[in-house]
Design a protein around this ligand. Structure first.
Ligand code: NAP
Length: 432
């Protein structure tokens, strides 16, 4: 099904017409607190935005954020029920990656220098589709969906978010929105790293030994479960007080990095086919020696200097220097030990989430929600992230039950209004 969907999307024409449920001129306002003033129709929603980069003080709640519109045939507008927070949100709040992300948003640099503001953070969404572009065939209004919002797009700490059909997937039926919002970003990252960079897949993992460093965080807790579902043997590094958690998720062997040099503890074990490094820093210096030599084994780190370098050196120098550094390490690793050195990156991928949904609904992957916050407490959610020592994920409840009912009524209202306006058009045409 995922392949068919991908094929469809590759062939889909990027026509700009939309099958819009909320017709132009509709008097519906999508605000959390229902909007009554005709002068503020259609365009306002609640969101946490930043207007400049900085610490937690820059987070600002507003009910005047612009509702995103379905601007291409392949887009869907999603009513956000829950949003997941990731370390990237913290970094982006401080301006990390600003130069490269800005280039992605505005490749021709036609916008002014602060064009990204007001910027909405939040990388995971679980919610309900309320509007579809004309070429969207996989989703319909009312569908419950989940997705990871690419960092170059407006995030999910808002009432609504738009994504392309390719980035979205139907949400697992067995999860609440809060639980579902804990998975997409780490799932897309882990799958991209393990499959594209690590060469692993469902059918090729059963005889593989995999080491996950930083196994107790968002990416780690997901990756342990995915790899166990694929039949791999999984070793994890984490703090002593996270051992119960990672063992409960299926880790076969656990190394407490706070109890002594993890390199020494791991060195006495059988060597690994793949290492997924969620910690970075000095780890790569000792981790390469833990891979099976001359066997095509792979070290993949998620902690890469690309965005830091483009921020500090500029886009051209930063990209060139980063590329050269990667090439040097890759050549050194392959020539000295016969192992591959790679970087892993998040990549938006709805069909990959379809596969994850099946594993979740089969009970093979559980959500690991460490904390969740009400929408009014988003700054506290960021403070939680800042403390570090994550044990799974932090999630924000964006819609409450009343909002859910309002959203359902909204879809119905919009249907009725669209039907009414179609009838009006018919009658006017007849009269003419
Ligand atoms: N390249 C990409 O596209 C991409 C995408 C997603 C994430 N990332 C990066 O990947 C990393 C992991 O992401 P995440 O979402 O899983 O982060 P996270 O949720 O913050 O988890 C990090 C985990 O690592 C543990 N940890 C810290 N130092 C450790 C050490 N020396 N050895 C073992 N465990 C250690 C932490 O717990 P304790 O401190 O209590 O041990 C925490 O549980 C982050 O640096 C993130 O920025 C990159």
């Amino acid at each position: 099904m995922a392949a068919a969907r991908l094929l469809y999307l590759l062939n889909a024409k990027a026509a700009c017409s939309t099958k819009t449920l909320a017709g132009a001129g509709s008097s519906v306002c999508f605000r959390r607190n229902v909007c009554s003033s005709p002068s503020r129709l259609q365009s306002c929603m609640s969101a946490w935005v930043i207007d400049q980069y900085g610490t937690n003080e820059v987070l600002r709640y507003t009910e005047e954020a612009t509702i995103p519109s379905v601007s291409s045939a392949s887009e869907v507008l999603i009513k956000v029920h829950a949003a997941g927070l990731n370390p990237l949100d913290l970094s982006m709040r401080g301006g990390y990656g600003a130069k490269l992300l800005k280039l992605r948003r505005d490749p021709l640099s036609v916008m002014n220098s602060d064009s990204e503001f007001p910027l909405i953070l939040g990388r995971d969404v679980s919610g309900v589709v309320v509007e579809c572009g004309s070429a969207v065939s996989h989703f319909a209004p009312g569908d419950e969906v989940w997705a990871a919002v690419p960092p170059w797009k407006q995030g999910s700490l808002a009432d609504f978010v738009t994504l392309t059909e390719f980035e979205v997937s139907h949400k697992p039926k067995s999860l609440s929105h809060i639980e579902a919002a804990s998975i997409p970003y780490v799932a897309n990252t882990a799958l991209s790293a393990l499959v594209n960079a690590g060469g692993l897949c469902r059918d090729s993992s059963s005889n593989k030994r995999v080491l996950i460093t930083g196994g107790s965080g968002g990416v780690g807790t997901f990756s342990i479960q995915l790899l166990k579902a694929w039949g791999a043997h999984v070793t994890v590094t984490c703090s002593q007080n996270a051992e119960g958690l990672v063992r409960g998720l299926g880790a076969d062997e656990v190394v407490d990095y706070t109890a002594g040099d993890p390199a020494k503890q791991l060195d006495v074990m059988e060597k690994f086919d793949v290492i997924l490094d969620n910690v970075g820093g000095e780890t790569e210096q000792w981790a390469m020696g833990l891979l099976k030599p001359w066997s095509g084994a792979k070290y993949i780190t998620l902690v890469t200097p690309l965005l830091f370098n483009t921020d500090s050196m500029g886009l051209l120098d930063g990209t060139v220097q980063t590329g050269l550094a990667l090439q040097k390490k890759a050549i050194q690793s392959i020539s000295s030990r016969g192992v591959f050195y790679r970087w892993g990156f998040y990549a938006p991928d709805g069909p990959a989430l379809d596969e994850v949904r099946n594993l979740v609904d089969a009970g093979k992957i559980l959500p690991v929600v460490e904390a969740h916050f009400q929408f009014s407490h988003v700054p506290q959610g960021f403070q939680k992230l800042e403390q570090g020592h994550a044990r799974g994920k932090t999630v924000v409840r964006v819609a409450d039950d009343d909002d859910d009912r309002q959203a359902e009524e909204l879809v119905q209202d919009v249907h009725t209004e669209t039907a009414d306006s179609e009838q009006e058009v018919h009658e006017t045409a007849k009269q003419n």
